[in-house]
Design a protein around this ligand. Structure first.
Ligand SMILES: [Zn+2]
Length: 77
């Protein structure tokens, strides 16, 4: 399994692709997808990078908000 990227030795994550109906291995560092035979299928498109960053931003915001609520509760108790 292509768990590690052959370009940067970074760890890859399996991501299911709805368009190809297959799971490809994604390297965050290089932004490419490889199939189970370690053949690079395609690079991450600009739109996908933007979407991922947006999701990451939303996630960070949620974490910050939850963290604030938790600390407030602690202060009350
Ligand atoms: Zn890589």
């Amino acid at each position: 399994m292509p768990l590690f990227c052959k370009q940067c030795d970074g760890r890859r994550l399996p991501i299911y692709q709805t368009t190809e109906k297959d799971t490809f291995w994604h390297c965050e560092k290089c932004g490419n997808f490889a199939d189970k035979d370690d053949v690079i299928i395609r690079e991450l498109t600009k739109t996908e990078i933007d979407e991922m960053n947006k999701k990451l931003d939303d996630f960070k915001k949620n974490v910050v908000l939850t963290g604030e609520k938790m600390s407030r509760r602690k202060g009350v108790n």
